[in-house]
Design a protein around this ligand. Structure first.
Ligand SMILES: *Cc1c(COP(=O)(O)O)cnc(C)c1O
Length: 393
């Protein structure tokens, strides 16, 4: 007998759950890529992508994952040897820094550790000291998926403004777009990146770079820009073909259209509110389990926790044991302790995109069963705490 037979559930922080509607949108023959439905539909995707990021700027689409748009963003703004400041609160900040190093940029990494958000005072002090404005760009990850730490992007902009610093502010919103409130224009991000497979509920393979006029001006002097990654023809193509520097990602575009329809129908504010409540549901359960054992949320301060993923510590190799139990015995796959030492002591729950209360409560119930089955010490009342959040009482 196995209790895992039934629809499997991937509760990892990307790729996220694909809505049936999105999968169905892809079930079609290859379309004409020169005229007709695909071309007309792509034109409708661009304004919707801008509204999801809350910007009136430009958006370029790449056939790429997050790593691809990390590189796209850097190469359109910077020149070989330029100095950049990278603000790191987890594995993904380091990952972006590594991409920058590969492009022969001159990096300064400010590492705030794995249990605190970016310290805005330190950023302001550092930028004030850069009196000749040698720093050309400031990189920050909005929600770092390894630590589930959320950073205050508007606050980074304020620190830059307080220092009178003209650098380009780049935000990695790969784990937060369509999950956590993000206001590109109001918050003052010059470049924003995201990928399709997380809050945007589309298979991995599309990357997005939004940019404003400040970043567009930086593009003019950027010698790292290459033909394929250049965002200029992608945002103002003379022929449809140039949107994607070649054959368009036909089926992904139909999938994305359908995912954006779902976001529009729900309303972005409601999408953000749903993620916020589901995140609080997860936190309530983890806090209750922690009352009688080793389990604890990585990020102590709720204001610094992302709403799309939760990083959890569970001592010894219990996190690994629990993940295996949940997958083998109940059909739920939890996220690995990416970037943590030892990884066997950490796990993550992804709650991004097409996720509702029953999916989160189901996952939490399975974890509760796993803790019992494996005799891992834990506090009582986690499921009751979680359902109270869902019930709104
Ligand atoms: C997933 C993720 C990435 C990397 O994206 P890939 O598509 O795996 O290349 C980068 N940054 C953040 C914050 C992410 O969550």
């Amino acid at each position: 007998m196995s209790l895992s037979n039934g629809r499997p559930y991937l509760a990892i922080p990307g790729p996220s759950v694909l809505p049936d509607r999105v999968v169905q949108a892809m079930m079609r023959p290859s379309p004409n890529i020169y005229q007709g439905e695909l071309v007309d539909m792509t034109a409708t995707i661009l304004p919707d992508l801008k509204s999801v990021a809350r910007t009136t700027g430009h958006v370029a689409i790449y056939i790429a994952n997050g790593h691809g748009v990390w590189e796209a963003a850097l190469s359109n703004v910077l020149s070989r040897g330029d100095k950049i400041l990278v603000l790191v609160t987890g594995r993904f900040g380091h990952g972006w820094a590594e991409m920058a190093r590969g492009l022969h940029l001159d990096l300064e990494v400010m590492d705030f550790g794995q249990q605190a958000s970016i310290d805005l005072n330190q950023v302001e002090t550092r930028l004030k000291a850069d009196t000749d404005h040698s720093i050309k760009a400031v990189l920050a990850v909005h929600v770092d998926t390894s630590t589930s730490i959320k950073n205050d992007i508007a606050g980074v902009r304020q620190a830059m403004d307080a220092a009178g610093h003209p650098a380009v502010l780049m935000a990695d919103c790969i784990a937060s777009m369509g999950c956590d409130r993000f206001e590109m224009d109001a918050w003052g991000a010059d470049v924003t990146i995201a990928a399709s497979q997380k809050g945007l509920m589309t298979p991995a393979g599309l990357g997005f770079v939004w940019f404003n006029e400040h970043a567009a001006a930086a593009r003019e002097g950027a010698d790292l820009a290459t033909r394929y990654w250049d965002w200029k023809p992608r945002v103002s193509p003379e022929m449809f073909y140039q949107h994607f520097a070649g054959t368009p990602p036909t089926h992904h575009l139909f999938a994305l259209r359908s995912a954006l329809d779902m976001i529009n129908e729900e309303g972005i504010e409601q999408v953000w509110a749903r993620h916020e409540t589901l995140a609080r549901t997860v936190w309530a359960a983890v806090e209750a389990w922690g009352q009688g054992g080793e389990m604890r949320l990585n990020m102590a301060d709720p204001a610094g926790r992302g709403h799309s993923v939760t990083s959890i510590h569970l001592g010894g190799n219990d996190a690994d044991r629990l993940r295996h139990w949940c997958e083998e015995h109940a059909g739920v796959t939890l996220g690995i302790g990416l970037g943590r030492e030892p990884t066997s002591a950490w796990f993550r729950i992804g709650h991004m995109g097409h996720v509702n209360a029953h999916m989160v409560l189901g996952t939490l119930s399975v974890i509760d069963a796993g803790l019992k089955a494996l005799q891992i010490p834990h506090g009582d009342g986690a499921l009751s705490a979680a359902t109270s959040v869902v019930a709104g009482v």
